[in-house]
Design a protein around this ligand. Sequence first.
Ligand code: DQA
Length: 149
Amino acid sequence: MKILYLNGPNLNLLGKREPNVYGRATLADIEAKVRKRAAQLKVGIDFRQSNLEGELVGWIQQAKGTFDVIVINAAAYTHTSIALRDAIAAVGIPTIEIHLSNIHAREEFRHKSLIAPVCRGQICGFGEKSYMLALEASVNVKATNKKSI
Ligand code: DQA
């Protein structure tokens, strides 16, 4: 099984960026923890970050045939990007939306996720643990798919 973790704009600044909201862990710290747990679960991981919407769209398109699940923290694009939503819908790979913060408890403009309707589910509000919870969810998404075939 292979999981593609995608991270959107400004997540390269984790650790320094608004630590009261996003915590002190860097994206590299989070990746290391995800990789450790993934190795235990015998799951392959690809972990990427981009500040560019088009690059994220390209990675989603290219995931077809290579990855079983996409985990995406689309960051601010969550609330704005029809292009990301369309890409997720187009490839049909089970996708899990994640956020460090609870977007529903923050400013009103963060309450709406344009990608949520095309994702299997949303995990938000658990800080860096959202990434680990998504790993457990991904393994279960796959198991569910196998059963339904
Ligand atoms: C975020 C929440 C978004 O609203 C915000 O734009 C981010 C990070 C999160 O992980 O909590 O950049 O996706």
